[in-house]
Design a binder for this molecule. Structure first.
Ligand code: 3HC
Length: 301
C-alpha cells in the first residue's frame, strides 16, 4: 500500500554509495543497516580518527554479533566488513548519492556539515538528516540545493525499531522524497511522511511522556516510586530506561526543543541536564542489566 503523501516510486534515484556523517551511537547502527540491506559501500566519518576507528569497530562488533547468532554467514560478514570504510577525508564522499548525518544535535553544527559536504558531492546527492527534533528546513536553509534535503529519522535500537519518519520540508522535491521512501522500504522499515514540526510525530508524543515523568521527579516523587508505578503500563521500558537508551543528552535536548516550541505544553528539566552531565540514572552490571538506581543520580534530583 502506498504510504500517505508518497510520490511516484519511479522518481526515486538509485543509491549506490552511502556517506554517513558522524560515527556515534545512531550513526553506526544505521550505517550497518545500510550496508546490510542495500549491499553498497558505506563510508563513515567523524571529527577525528579516534572517533572514526571507534565507530567502525562498533559496526564490526555488530557484524560479529550477527555472525555469532547465525543471522549471516561468514562470507556475508566478510563482505559487509569490506563494504564499510572509515575516513577523516570528506573528499571520500564525492561519489556518494546518499549522505546522512547524525552529528551533534545543534542547528549550526548540522548546517555547517551539510554546507561542507555540498561542496564535495553532486548537486543531486540526497542529504538526509537523522535529527530528532530540529527543523529540517532550517538545517538545509543555507544550502544551494535545499530541494535534496530530507529528514530520515531512525529510532533506537535501529535494528529492532520498525519505523522511519521521513520529513518533507517545503523545499524537498519529489525525487528526494521518493528516493527516501524507496530507500526506507529497501532498509525493510515502515516509513511515514511527516510534517517538519518539532519532534515530528513520535518524539512529540514521547517528549510528553518523558517530560511528565521527569517533572514528577523534579517536583519530589522519587525515581523508585515513578519507575515502579510506570512499569505495569505495558511499555517495554519505563520513561527513565528510555531516556538512558536514547541518551540523556539527546533526551534533554528533545525536551528543550519541545518546550521552546510549545512552552505551555512541554516541560524542560534542569535535573535531566544534570543527570546527562553525570551520565546515568541506573546502576547496571557488566552486561548492562539494571541493578537499581545510581546513588549519585538519586542525589542529583
Ligand atoms: N542494539 C541493537 N540490538 C538490540 C539492542 C540495541 N541497543 N537492544 C536490543 N536489541 C535486540 C536484541 O539483540 C534482540 O535481537 P535478537 O532477537 O536478534 O536477539 C532484540 O533486540 C530483542 O532484545 P531483548 O530480547 O534483549 O530485549 P527486549 O525484548 O527487552 O527488547 C527493546 C529490547 C527492543 C529495546 C525494547 O525494550 C523496546 O522496544 N524498548 C523501547 C524502545 C523505544 O521505544 N525506542 C524509541 C526511542 S525514541 C528514539 O530513538 C528517537 C530519538 O530521536 C530520541
Amino acid at each position: 500500500k502506498k504510504p500517505v503523501g508518497a510520490p511516484d516510486k519511479k522518481l526515486a534515484r538509485p543509491v549506490t554509495k552511502v556517506g554517513v556523517l558522524g560515527a556515534g551511537l545512531m550513526a553506526t547502527q544505521f550505517a550497518l543497516l545500510f550496508v546490510r540491506r542495500l549491499q553498497v559501500p558505506v563510508v563513515i566519518t567523524d571529527l577525528d580518527q579516534a572517533r572514526v576507528d571507534k565507530g567502525v569497530a562498533a559496526i564490526h562488533g555488530e557484524i560479529d554479533t550477527l555472525l555469532g547468532k547465525g543471522r549471516i554467514s561468514q562470507d556475508e560478514a566478510n563482505r559487509l566488513r569490506a563494504l564499510v570504510t572509515g575516513t577523516t577525508d570528506k573528499a571520500d564522499f564525492a561519489d556518494c548519492d546518499w549522505v546522512i548525518e547524525a552529528v551533534f544535535e545543534e542547528l549550526g553544527v548540522k548546517q555547517d556539515v551539510f554546507a561542507e559536504i555540498e561542496g564535495i558531492v553532486s548537486p543531486e546527492t540526497i542529504l538526509a538528516t537523522n535529527t530528532s527534533s530540529l527543523s529540517v528546513e532550517q538545517i538545509g536553509a543555507k544550502l544551494q540545493h535545499p530541494e535534496r534535503v530530507v529528514g530520515f529519522h531512525f529510532f533506537n535500537p535501529v535494528a529492532v525499531m520498525p519505523l522511519i519518519e521521513v520529513v518533507r520540508t517545503p523545499a524537498t522535491n519529489d525525487e528526494t522524497l521518493s528516493t527516501a521512501m524507496v530507500t526506507a522500504a529497501n532498509l525493510k522499515k515502515n516509513a511515514v511522511i511527516t510534517k517538519d514540526s518539532p519532534g515530528f510525530v513520535v518524539n512529540r508524543i514521547l517528549a510528553k511522556l518523558l517530560g511528565e515523568a521527569m517533572h514528577a521527579v523534579d517536583t519530589g516523587t522519587p525515581f523508585e516510586v515513578m519507575n515502579r508505578a510506570l512499569t505495569p503500563l505495558g511499555q517495554p521500558m519505563t520513561p527513565f530506561e528510555l531516556l538512558e537508551l536514547v541518551g540523556l543528552k539527546v533526551g534533554a535536548h528533545v525536551l528543550d526543543t519541545h518546550h521552546a516550541a510549545f512552552p505551555d505544553r512541554f516541560f524542560q528539566s534542569e535535573n535531566l541536564h544534570r543527570l546527562a552531565e553525570h551520565g546515568r540514572i541506573f546502576d547496571r552490571d557488566a552486561k548492562g542489566k539494571i541493578k537499581g538506581f545510581d546513588k549519585k543520580a538519586v542525589e542529583i534530583v
